[in-house]
Design a binder for this molecule. Structure first.
Ligand SMILES: Cc1cc2nc3c(=O)[nH]c(=O)nc-3n(C[C@H](O)[C@H](O)[C@H](O)COP(=O)(O)OP(=O)(O)OC[C@H]3O[C@@H](n4cnc5c(N)ncnc54)[C@H](O)[C@@H]3O)c2cc1C
Length: 481
């Protein structure tokens, strides 16, 4: 029989690639401190995710690699395993029979649920406890509820209750124990390591500022330089006015509690801090919604809108994806997404509104496209954002309040700086026409080096007509479209 000193705690990293304030890791280290033993880190590469190559995987896998290197630099490793979850765990247990418990942070919303249930079942058959911990959010999904125990449907009262909840402070992991007790052995699944290396080779984008150190620096810089102006600047995409922490939050390079307390304890005025923290509450809100509406990736939360006959027009969908709708602000947003795998929040709202209200295209197609492209893709926030824009979700924008892409453009990108950054064809077009290039005369098109329908498309729809159509569509008046 193994003595305590010979046992291993296996820590399963999933969306939490960091060594600070990591709840599962902290529990494993505490157990080692009390009873002795070692810990090792592993990552399960789902063959399903390995076969598709969305942009967000590029970023995600590079973060995983970065974390593997960090562990290697500290005399450890991040072992990659693959196959069905049962096969993968079985390889791990065969390679390391000393494992007496598996620790992980909870990741049961969306697709993670079935995987975790299968893992739990398999591990319990091997008599190995599987300890999971709440980690990635500030509140549990069933923590902030109405007095009658039912979930909130509207954000503002949710937020008031959320703000009163005590948030757990970041755990301080003992670095000396962490490093002295990490175990390094031979890899349990060489095929998985090869598959992972191959995935990295296929990445189309190369991200440099990834991982924990960059994340911490970004947080510090944002708090010092931009938090005070956050409320005033965050809606203007040509200014770097938001934190741009979302990819780090998504990969867990930064713990959400570290962000919360760093902002709360900063020198910024309480109003700015509160404005920012409210955004973190939106994240918890949408996770809560997803928890109570597990089918919301495919189904409208509002029952009244489940039978709407959305368009699936492929040509229009392609124009939207490529940033070729003829509406500069929409196209700039879509091209930012294509080029950077990230898009400013104001643009996410504008482009999602355009797809669903101007083109009346199924919000699910937009959600799936964002899923492929966004390096900060988070199922709950993305579905929440899409159902909000399509007016079919919890606390969504009412269907008759339709974003006008020109008005939005004039208001949030007055001088067209953002538009010109992403649409070089419009570089020479003056401010007067930058939001509505279709108003240029033929001479002006020549003068400003932008011939419509050749260099830059004419609008693919007439907004005012589409607005009326959308309202009729929601009222159930327009079956033909
Ligand atoms: C259609 C649509 C799709 C979206 N898809 C995603 C997604 O896949 N992943 C994602 O993280 N966010 C998503 N959002 C929310 C928001 O656009 C991004 O969180 C934000 O743009 C990230 O930039 P930032 O880190 O600079 O944000 P900041 O303004 O600095 O906010 C800080 C953090 O608060 C959270 N946050 C901010 N706004 C929201 C919001 N509306 N809903 C939920 N959390 C929020 C994010 O974690 C963000 O990183 C979506 C919004 C819309 C309208």
């Amino acid at each position: 029989m193994l003595g305590n000193n010979d046992t291993f705690k296996a820590v399963w990293f999933r969306r939490d690639f960091r060594l600070h304030d990591h709840t599962a890791l902290n529990h494993a280290i505490e157990a080692i401190e009390q009873h002795g033993g070692k810990w090792l880190a592993f990552f399960y590469l789902d063959p399903k995710t390995a076969s598709v190559e969305p942009v967000h995987h590029d970023y995600f896998f590079q973060t995983v690699m970065h974390f593997k290197q960090t562990l290697k630099a500290n005399d450890g490793d991040l072992y990659i395993i693959t196959g069905t979850i049962e096969d993968a765990l079985s390889k791990l247990l065969q390679a390391f029979p000393e494992i007496d418990a598996v620790y992980a942070n909870d990741d049961r919303i969306g697709e993670g649920r079935l995987r975790d249930e299968a893992a739990e079942q398999f591990l319990s058959e091997q008599s190995i406890p599987f300890f999971t911990f709440e980690d990635a959010f500030l509140t549990k999904p069933d923590q902030v509820l109405k007095k009658d125990g039912t979930p909130y449907k509207v954000f503002t009262p949710y937020y008031k209750a959320w703000a009163k909840e005590r948030k757990r402070t970041p755990a301080v992991i003992k670095k000396d124990v962490l490093i002295s007790s990490v175990y390094k052995g031979t890899t349990p699944d060489p095929e998985a390591e090869a598959l992972f290396a191959n995935l990295l080779k296929k990445c189309r984008f190369d991200w440099s500022a990834i991982g924990e150190e960059h994340a911490i620096k970004r947080l510090q810089m944002f708090t010092k330089k931009r938090l005070t102006g956050y409320k005033a600047n965050r809606d203007f995409p040509s200014i770097i006015g938001t934190s741009r922490l979302s990819p780090y939050i998504k990969t867990g390079a930064l713990s959400i509690r570290s962000i919360y307390y760093h902002i709360l304890n900063s020198e910024a005025d309480s109003y700015s801090a509160e404005t920012f923290l409210k955004e973190l509450a939106w994240r918890d809100f949408y996770r809560m919604v997803h928890f109570y509406e597990p089918d919301c990736k495919d189904r409208e939360i509002m029952k009244a809108y489940r039978e709407l006959k959305w368009s699936h027009d492929q040509d229009e969908l392609t124009s939207w994806k490529r940033g070729e709708t003829g509406f500069p602000i929409v196209d700039a947003g879509m091209r930012q997404l294509l080029n950077e795998g990230w898009m400013h929040n104001r643009l996410r709202m504008i482009t999602a509104s355009f797809l669903t209200k101007d083109l009346l295209i199924d919000w699910r197609l937009g959600e799936r496209y964002f899923e492929r492209m966004l390096i900060d893709y988070d199922p709950s926030s993305n579905i929440g954002g899409w159902q909000w824009a399509a007016s079919v979700g919890t606390d969504a924008v009412p269907y008759f309040r339709i974003f006008n892409p020109v008005t939005q453009s004039k208001r949030f990108d007055k001088n067209g700086t953002y538009i010109r950054t992403y649409i070089p064809e419009l570089k020479h077009v003056p401010d007067q026409y930058i939001h509505e290039p279709w108003k240029m005369s033929e001479e002006e098109q020549v003068k400003y080096k932008c011939r419509l329908d050749e260099d830059y498309p004419l609008p693919i729809v007439d907004h005012s007509k589409q607005r009326k159509k959308a309202i009729s569509f929601f009222k159930g008046e327009d079956d033909e479209r």
